[in-house]
Ligand binder design. Sequence first.
Ligand code: ZN
Ligand code: ZN
Length: 209
Amino acid sequence: MNCLACTAPLISAAQLCDACTRGLDVRLAELPGQYLLLAEHLRPGAARGDGPVALVREAPLPVREDVLAMRAAGGMVTVLESWREAMQDARGWGQPARTGTIERRIIAAARGLQLNLEFIAAEFVGAGDLAQEIRALAGQVNALLDPAPPTLSVGECAADLGGGDICGAPLRVPAGTTTVRCRRCGTNYPPSSWLTLATGTWAPAGAAA
Ligand SMILES: [Zn+2]
Ligand SMILES: [Zn+2]
């Protein structure tokens, strides 16, 4: 039997390996706070500290549509609530309530999934898709929160965060430098490694495509 999220072989009968379970746990814990942080990234350049906000208060402010979509119904809240609903359904429980502000709903849905992580990892047949979707969601959120100006992209961080949980944060070459450092986990990538990163052929031992 193999992990449904990363295909690593499992020692005992389960849906997810320990690394994917831990990664899911961490991401579910981080997402509500990241949702709040996204509010500060609604205006282009806001996170870069381009100047006092008061000076431009009178002008119509442009809004980052990608950040708006992530914070609105259909974004992060819908991914989390849909999975919580599917999980509760699999346990034979009723539908969870979807009440309150989007912020409250995100906290409730992420918490509901975290509290049932043991069941998810052991028995939930959708666990592989759940882990992969939450990993992709966290990746998108991290990219939105990344205040670095658009520079040369060299792919995704291939660092193993422990037991096969791959970091996956977007990597960029900052203007005027030849040092690529993952903003999430701190791994350094020398220029000689950029091509393998960019082409996705970086292959950490035992990893699946
Ligand atoms: Zn796994
Ligand atoms: Zn990384």
